[in-house]
Write a protein that binds this ligand. Structure first.
Ligand SMILES: C[S@@+](CC[C@H](N)C(=O)[O-])C[C@H]1O[C@@H](n2cnc3c(N)ncnc32)[C@H](O)[C@@H]1O
Length: 299
């Protein structure tokens, strides 16, 4: 099965069946279509569709995080070289007996990652190492785009997800992987859709935080604030007018405050549903539980 080989905040693996149930009819029937995921993160939905009986004819995935995009390009283009490096990291890390011994190794790798001078393959291996050995699988950078997550407390984290990496590599071969802001993908769609196929977008932006203290996105280099959510809604209107289908996920602000109908109001013209999700990564890490999330679509 194709599944993500990294932990990513907001990863959609657990919501795949809810997403499947809401796919456009032409996707469910296995007819040709183009799939676009402008906020790919760990690309759980793209990998799931690429692995299914209703695999897209062409796929475009995109994210502003250039480290993440490099990782996915390397998985697509150089999976064996990446796995060889991960084997080296695994052997070296496993030989270090305890956290005190592992610490200097972790922080040296973090520094190397932040210099961003390594080859794309090395950079991708460093990404996976930090994602698996760092605290809670968190990806957090400061205003200078320096990754600042401390070492996690895993005794023997695993860095080698050979099957997941090789399967993803196979599937991503027919995928365009872009590093831009989400609006830009529209240009690419116009260029690749020469046969005028139906186009389906799954939009999974950084979620609106439910409270100030749970604000995870505020740590990101360019935080996604309420104005960004409104701009995204305008983009959805543009897609709608151009005849594309889209499904969008976001947090449900009524979870904590029944009066806060931010998305219900913003997307009042569209179809809004609530689904249950248990979130395992947030700013506190330890705070897990079932919350409603929104699934909004224009079809
Ligand atoms: C909620 S996550 C997506 C999670 C993904 N569906 C998964 O399964 O892992 C949101 C992603 O949007 C990216 N992002 C933030 N601002 C963006 C923008 N303006 N354009 C494109 N991507 C952006 C972040 O880097 C992050 O990877």
């Amino acid at each position: 099965m194709a599944k993500p080989f990294i932990k990513w905040a907001g990863g959609k693996s657990q919501l795949l069946s809810e997403i499947d149930a809401r796919l456009p009819e032409y996707v469910k029937k296995g007819e040709p279509y183009i799939y676009i995921e402008p906020f790919m993160g760990s690309a759980a939905v793209a990998l799931h569709l690429l692995d299914s009986t209703h695999s897209p004819t062409a796929t475009v995935i995109n994210d502003t995080n250039s480290d993440l995009v490099t990782l996915y390009q390397v998985v697509r283009d150089e999976p064996n070289e990446l796995l060889a490096l991960l084997h080296t990291f695994q052997n070296e890390y496993d030989l270090l007996q305890d956290k005190a011994a592992k610490q200097p190794y972790y922080y040296a790798k973090r520094e190397a990652f932040n210099h961003r001078l390594a080859s794309p393959t090395e950079h991708a291996a460093l990404f996976i190492f930090l994602n698996r050995a760092g605290f809670n699988g968190l990806y957090r950078v400061n205003s200078k785009n320096q990754f600042n997550v401390p070492i996690g407390s895993y005794k023997q984290p695993n860095f080698i997800f050979e099957d997941a990496i090789l399967t993803a590599s196979e599937h991503l071969r027919k995928t365009t992987i872009l590093n831009d802001s989400y609006e830009q993908v529209l240009e690419t769609v116009k260029v690749i859709n020469t046969d005028n196929l139906p186009v389906f977008f799954y939009l999974d932006p950084p979620y609106k935080p439910l409270s100030e203290s749970s604000s995870f996105t505020a740590y990101a280099k360019d935080s996604f604030n309420d104005d960004s959510q409104r701009a995204l809604k305008s983009f959805c209107d543009t897609l709608h007018k151009q005849g594309y289908q889209w499904l969008l996920s976001n947090s449900d602000t009524t979870n904590l405050d029944s009066q806060n109908r931010f998305f219900d109001d913003l997307y009042a013209d569209y179809n809004i549903e609530r689904v249950k999700a248990s979130r395992s990564i947030n700013s506190k890490g330890s705070k897990r539980g079932q919350l409603n999330e929104l699934m909004i679509r224009n079809y």
